[in-house]
Ligand binder design. Structure first.
Ligand SMILES: [Zn+2]
Length: 338
């Protein structure tokens, strides 16, 4: 694969092309962006270009022994590190460290989800980054630079991924064999500009069911008729689900669309216009904003590793229901302090 096969990301493309064409490489790169944004694909093409033995300009040649072994997935000069059980441990770095010092050809260490490095692994990596042997390059991929040790970040040349346009996402889906117009259109709309997410949606046969479930859950909360026992039962059932995060993200998007509908009445601005006709009642935009904040806080909480999922969901459902009941009992003014 070459840079010219990849779509958009003009800023990143320009910067990497300049680095590679001028030969002014950094010994460490950090590419940040949300999951599904294409960091790994760009990181791999950069790795291939750095390892190519016949490179002219920025693009890997595709023919040299290094490019061919890279494409076949057995390049001896590429060291990939991935989290094992959600952690990149110092032993993983220790296992390959000896090979970093072989001289004579370029070597690349590609670290995916670098934010999952343990403190020991980060400190072990830092020692190498402080005094890297010639010809060794690091490519770190992470969701956010803030999740990494600041000294590691300061040693890297940093670039970030941007969301892709709908047209680019559509082309990527087509390249990957997604051809049904309904599936493509839904995946493009729900993807937030992330090609990896679009592909996951298009290939997930239960996605539309989950979307309907999210709509039903939002509508039943909005009806304000759930009894405390029902809320607790629902929280227990939801917290057991593996797809909880994705379901709640869809509940968030449902309320987002509802708020946009209340403010603009424009179908073209909705992410999922299919659901507005039957369920968006007239409701205070301020209440919808509050509900969005509550869901957003819960999603942030669920991203932490040792959170009690059941309590987090229970709190979210109770809080949303309480806001609706307030709004129903006092339509003139929403309670102060929200
Ligand atoms: Zn090559």
């Amino acid at each position: 694969m070459r840079f010219s096969d990849l779509l958009e990301q003009d800023q990143l493309r320009r910067a990497l092309t300049e680095d590679l064409s001028s030969g002014a490489f950094s010994h460490a790169y950090l590419i940040t962006g949300p999951s599904g944004s294409g960091k790994r694909t760009w990181g791999r093409v950069l790795a291939c270009a750095l390892l190519c033995r016949e490179r002219r300009g920025a693009e890997p040649c595709g023919n040299c022994i290094s490019c061919r072994s890279f494409s076949a997935g057995r390049c001896p000069a590429l060291f990939s590190l991935e989290p094992e059980n959600r952690k990149i441990k110092t032993e993983q770095i220790r296992e390959i460290r000896g090979q970093f010092y072989f001289e004579g050809m370029n070597r690349v260490c590609l670290i995916c989800r670098a934010e999952q490095m343990t403190a020991e692994a980060a400190s072990s990596l830092l020692k190498i980054l402080e005094d890297p042997p010639p010809g060794l390059y690091f490519i770190l991929l992470a969701e956010q630079a803030q999740q990494l040790h600041s000294t590691i970040v300061s040693r890297c040349r940093r670039y970030s991924m941007q969301p892709l346009t709908a047209g680019a996402i559509e082309s990527i889906l087509q390249q990957q064999g997604v051809s049904q117009p309904g599936t493509t259109s839904l995946a493009v709309r729900m993807s937030k500009g992330l090609p990896g997410l679009a592909l996951a949606i298009a290939q997930d046969p239960s996605y539309e069911i989950r979307l309907r479930e999210a709509g039903d859950l939002s509508a039943s909360l909005a009806a304000g008729k759930l009894k405390p026992r029902e809320i607790i039962g629902q929280a227990a059932a939801l917290s057991e689900r593996e797809d909880l995060f994705s379901l709640l993200e869809n509940v968030y998007l449902y309320y987002r669309d509802w708020l946009i509908w209340q403010l603009c009445r424009s179908e073209s601005l909705l992410i999922n216009p299919a659901q507005h006709n039957h369920s968006f009642k007239n409701i205070s935009p301020r209440l919808l904003e509050t509900v969005l904040e509550i869901i957003h806080e819960t999603l942030k909480e669920l991203m932490l590793t040792n959170v009690n999922r059941r309590l987090a969901v229970e709190r979210m459902l109770i809080e949303i229901q309480r806001r609706y009941l307030y709004a129903q009992s006092d339509r003139c003014a929403f309670p102060a302090g929200r």
